[in-house]
Design a binder for this molecule. Structure first.
Ligand code: GDP
Length: 484
C-alpha cells in the first residue's frame, strides 16, 4: 500500500490581526484533526459553531468549522476549514495544536492548489488563472483571470487535443491496416482535414496582438531622461504617493523604481529609471544598464527633459512610442524662481528652448523613421508635453493622454485566450508540428504524419499540464503564497 499522504494545514487568510482568520486543513487526517480540535465533524458544507481546544483541553477560541469530504472539496481531498477570530495568539495556538497531531504538517507555498491540480480539480491554465486572480489589481485583470480560471483556454486546448488524438487514431489505423486496401480506403483525408481546421483555429487564437499578456502585465511606462530633469518628481505626481526618491542631486535614483497604478481601471506600471548617463562608478553603471534594459522593454517611454536647461540627450528606448516631456516650465516662465539644482543664467533659457527644439526634432525624426513593432494602431506615439511636475501645470493633459493610451493599448473587445508567454509557446509548438504534418512532402508517409500529430498533441497537453508537467510546476507554484 502506498504511504499515506501528509495532511497539511495553513493560515489561508491575510496577515493578522484581522476580524477573521481562516485555517485550512487538507488530507486524509483532516477529519481526525477537526474532531480533535472541536470534538465533532459538522455536516458536510454547513458552517457549525465549534469550540476549538488545544492539547491541554483549554478552549482556544469559539469558531466556525466547515467540513468538505473528498472528493467535493477544493483540493479534492478531505478538507476542513476553521474560521477563527483573527488574533495572532488565537492563530498561533490553533496552528500549534494542529502541528501536534500526528500526520499533520504545515503546508508549503501553493500546496493546496498543487493538490487540487494533482487531483484533477484544476488544469494548469486554471491554476495560473487562480494565481492571476489573487494578484489582479484592476477590474480588467480580474475578469481575464477569472475566465482563465474557469477554463477559457484550458477547455479549448482540451477540445483541440481530443480532435488531434482522433485524427491520430485514424492515421494509426491506416498504418495498421495498410495491407488491406479496402479497410484503409481513406482514413488520411479526414485526419488532414482536422489538422487543417486546427491550424486555422490555433492561428486565430494566437493572432490576438498579445492582448492577454498585455492586460496581465499592464502597460509598462518608463520614465527616462537625463539626471535632474524631474523624473522622480513626475512619477510621484502621477502616483500621488512618495514612491521615488526626489533629490536635487544628480544620479541618486540608481535603481529602477516600480509603481503600479490603476488608471481608469487599467493596469499601468511606471518605471522610474536611474538618471541615464555615462559614468565610471560601477554601482551606477549597473543602475544605468538596468535602466536602459527596462526602458527598452517598456511599452511607452516618457522622455523627461529639463526645459530650462540647455542639455540635449537622446532617448534610450528604441522602437517604442516616446513622448517628450518638457518639464520645469515654471522655471522658464519665471526665471527668478529657479532652485539650486537648475540655476541657470537668464541667457540660458533661450538656448534651452533652442536645444529642446532640436531635441524634439531629433526625437520626431527618429520616430517617423522607425515602424512600431506589434503596437496597436495609435496616433499617440509622437506626443510632446510641456509641464511642471512641481506646480502641476500641463499635468492633467498628460495624465488624460496616458489614460487614453492605456485604454487603446490594453482594450480588446474579445477576451484573450492566451495570457502568458508559456501558453503562446505551447500553442506555437502545436501549430508548427501541425504545419509540418500538412507539408506535401509528407504525403504517403503516415509514420511521419503520425509523429507530427503526436508532437502537436503533446504541446497541447503541456499547456493544460497533462504531460511533461514536472519541470514547469515549480515555476508556477513558486508564485503562490502559503495557504493557497
Ligand atoms: P530626476 O533625477 O530626473 O528624477 O529629477 P528629480 O525628480 O529628482 O528632480 C530634480 C530636481 O528638480 C528636484 O530638486 C526637483 O524638486 C526639481 N524639479 C523637478 N521638477 C520640477 C519642476 O517642474 N519645476 C521646478 N521648479 N523644479 C522641478
Amino acid at each position: 500500500m502506498p504511504a499515506e499522504r501528509d495532511t497539511i494545514f495553513a493560515l489561508s487568510s491575510g496577515r493578522p490581526p484581522a476580524a477573521i482568520a481562516v485555517v485550512r486543513i487538507s488530507g486524509p487526517r483532516a477529519g481526525d484533526a477537526l474532531k480533535r480540535l472541536s470534538g465533532k465533524i459538522p455536516e458536510p458544507r454547513k458552517a457549525a459553531l465549534a469550540r476549538i481546544r488545544g492539547a491541554d483541553n483549554e478552549i482556544i477560541d469559539e469558531a466556525l468549522a466547515l467540513w468538505f469530504p473528498a472528493p467535493h472539496s477544493e483540493t479534492g481531498e478531505d478538507t476542513a476549514e476553521l474560521q477563527l477570530h483573527g488574533g495572532r495568539a488565537v492563530i498561533a495556538a490553533t496552528l500549534a495544536a494542529l502541528g501536534k497531531i500526528e500526520g499533520l504538517r504545515p503546508a508549503e507555498a501553493g500546496e493546496f492548489t498543487r493538490r487540487a491540480f494533482e487531483n484533477g480539480k484544476l488544469d494548469l491554465t486554471a491554476v495560473e488563472g487562480l494565481a492571476d486572480l489573487v494578484m489582479a489589481e484592476t477590474d480588467g485583470q480580474r475578469r481575464q483571470a477569472l475566465r482563465q480560471m474557469q477554463g477559457l483556454l484550458g477547455n479549448r486546448a482540451e477540445t483541440w487535443r481530443d480532435r488531434l488524438i482522433r485524427a491520430l487514431a485514424l492515421i494509426e489505423a491506416r498504418i495498421d491496416f495498410s495491407d488491406e486496401a479496402d479497410v484503409a480506403a481513406d482514413l488520411v483525408t479526414p485526419a488532414l482535414h482536422a489538422a487543417r481546421e486546427l491550424v486555422s483555429e490555433i492561428e486565430a487564437a494566437l493572432a490576438d496582438g498579445h492582448r492577454g499578456e498585455r492586460l496581465r502585465e499592464g502597460l509598462v511606462v518608463a520614465i527616462a531622461g537625463p539626471p535632474n530633469a524631474g523624473k522622480s518628481t513626475l512619477l510621484n505626481r502621477i502616483a500621488r504617493r512618495e514612491a521615488a526618491i526626489v533629490s536635487p542631486y544628480a544620479g541618486t535614483t540608481r535603481d529602477v523604481i516600480e509603481v503600479h497604478l490603476d488608471l481608469g481601471g487599467l493596469p499601468v506600471t511606471l518605471l522610474d529609471t536611474a538618471g541615464i548617463r555615462d559614468t565610471d562608478d560601477p554601482v551606477e553603471m549597473e543602475g544605468v544598464r538596468r535602466a536602459r534594459e527596462r526602458a527598452e522593454a517598456a511599452d511607452l517611454v516618457l522622455w523627461v527633459v529639463d526645459a530650462s536647461a540647455p542639455e540635449s540627450t537622446r532617448p534610450a528606448a528604441s522602437g517604442r512610442p516616446v513622448w517628450v516631456i518638457r518639464n520645469k516650465i515654471d522655471l522658464v516662465r519665471q526665471p527668478d524662481k529657479r532652485n539650486e539644482s537648475t540655476l541657470q543664467s537668464d541667457r540660458r533659457s533661450e538656448a534651452t528652448f533652442m536645444a529642446n527644439e532640436r531635441l524634439t526634432g531629433m526625437v520626431n525624426q527618429r520616430l517617423t523613421g522607425s515602424p512600431q513593432r506589434n503596437e496597436p494602431k495609435s496616433d499617440m506615439s509622437e506626443q510632446i508635453f510641456i509641464i511642471s511636475a512641481v506646480t502641476g501645470e500641463g499635468f492633467d493633459a498628460l495624465l488624460a493622454q496616458l489614460t487614453r493610451h492605456a485604454d487603446s493599448f490594453l482594450a480588446g473587445a474579445e477576451p484573450a485566450l492566451v495570457t502568458r508567454a508559456r501558453h503562446r509557446r505551447a500553442l506555437e509548438d502545436a501549430l508548427a508540428a501541425l504545419r509540418r504534418a500538412l507539408k506535401p512532402e509528407l504525403a504517403g508517409r503516415e509514420d511521419l504524419l503520425a509523429e507530427e500529430l503526436r508532437l502537436a498533441a503533446r504541446a497541447l497537453g503541456r499547456l493544460t499540464g497533462r504531460v511533461d508537467v514536472e519541470d514547469i510546476l515549480d515555476v508556477i507554484f513558486r508564485d503562490f503564497c502559503i495557504g493557497k
